[in-house]
Design a protein around this ligand. Structure first.
Ligand code: UDP
Length: 323
């Protein structure tokens, strides 16, 4: 099978690429390296078993001729390319909207032209400022004002979901939407804000761990290997078309407790620095206080259950950052 992965040089995209190559498929990637990196693919390019099965196009998804050609020749499409990471989103507000809205519309238009099944990666951010847990796919959505630019990311991904579902309803395009919760694993960079690689990197250097706000905000982390398994399972299933799914892990933890755990697991002498949000991100920011997925729907449709808990995930990230 030929698999097109937009954003295939990114953290999750590169793991998905590897899984399809391992399965024996051909993988075509479009990535503009905005947050992705060719380093994420180096071990795959250098693997003799994958010669002539990995094709990488460094290009934006807004470049229609490239995308037209690749959508035409591939059998299925994963649309992972997006502006991601809180810091990146705040630093590139216009690019965010162009990539996430116009880019997704382009991908969906071409998938529709060639009638290719497409999975669109969305995000747990779309739920917005809920305090309850777990978050269920049919929950309402609560955002802050448009002056708080953080919400433009959530709103743009929500628009992607509407666009995909609109194609499904009007033209019958086979679409699947996956709302990814905080995903962690080897090759994730802390450069764009992602908390675990940042804090582990700080702990390994015995530097202060930067915990934003008072650290009471919580998250639930998922191993990238589990995310890849779910993405492939959703794509392989006949029942998942036209549906929205959470993909997430187990075990809610506050960021302060996460920092303490990381210090313990790395044997670091680091202290914790509580940094006010406005100092970290400026005035356009507000955090999501709590984010815990319900994965009942994922379980009932594809029988998926997470295989890794937080300790396993952290052990892998620590090992990979130690090099
Ligand atoms: N965070 C933190 N210190 C950091 C990076 C992130 O305290 O150096 C916090 C951030 O404010 C959020 C949580 O960790 O509450 C998760 O942040 P991340 O950027 O990984 O993902 P998000 O859940 O915001 O998409």
């Amino acid at each position: 099978m030929r698999v097109l992965i937009t954003g295939g040089a990114g953290f999750i995209g590169s793991h998905l690429t590897e899984a399809y190559l391992e399965r024996g498929d051909e993988v075509y990637i479009v990535d503009d390296l905005s947050t992705g990196s060719e380093d994420n693919l180096r071990h795959l390019k250098e693997n003799p078993a994958y010669q002539n099965r990995l094709f990488v196009h460094i290009d934006t998804i807004l470049n229609e001729p490239t995308l037209l050609e690749l959508t035409g020749i591939c059998d299925i499409v994963f649309h992972l390319a997006a502006a991601v990471g809180v810091q990146y989103v705040l630093d590139h507000p216009l690019e965010l909207i162009r990539t996430n809205i116009q880019g997704t519309e382009m991908v969906l238009k071409l998938c529709d032209k060639f009638k290719k099944k497409v999975l669109v990666a969305s995000t747990s951010e779309v739920y917005g400022k809920h305090l309850h847990a777990p978050l269920v796919e049919t929950d309402n959505i609560i955002y802050g004002p448009s002056s708080k630019f953080r919400w433009s990311y959530a709103a743009s991904k929500l628009m992607d979901e509407f666009t995909a579902l609109a194609y499904y309803r009007t033209t019958g395009l086979q679409v699947i939407i996956a709302r990814l919760f905080n995903t962690v694993g080897p090759r994730q960079t802390g450069a764009y804000g992602m908390v675990i690689p940042r804090l582990v990197g700080q702990a390994l250097k015995n530097e202060p761990l930067t915990v934003y706000g008072d650290g009471t905000q919580t998250r639930t982390f998922t191993d990238v290997a589990d995310v890849v398994r779910s993405l492939m399972g959703l794509m392989d299933s006949e029942k998942t078309v036209g549906e929205v799914f959470n993909i997430g892990g187990i075990g809610e933890i506050s960021i302060l407790d996460l920092a303490l755990k990381i210090i313990k697991m790395t044997g670091s002498s680091s202290q914790i620095d509580l940094i006010p949000y406005d100092k970290a991100f400026g005035k356009d920011f507000e955090d999501m206080q709590r984010r815990v997925p319900s994965t009942e729907k994922l379980l009932s449709y594809i029988g998926f259950e997470p295989s890794s808990g937080l300790d396993d995930i952290l052990a892998k990230v620590i090992a990979s950052l130690k090099g």
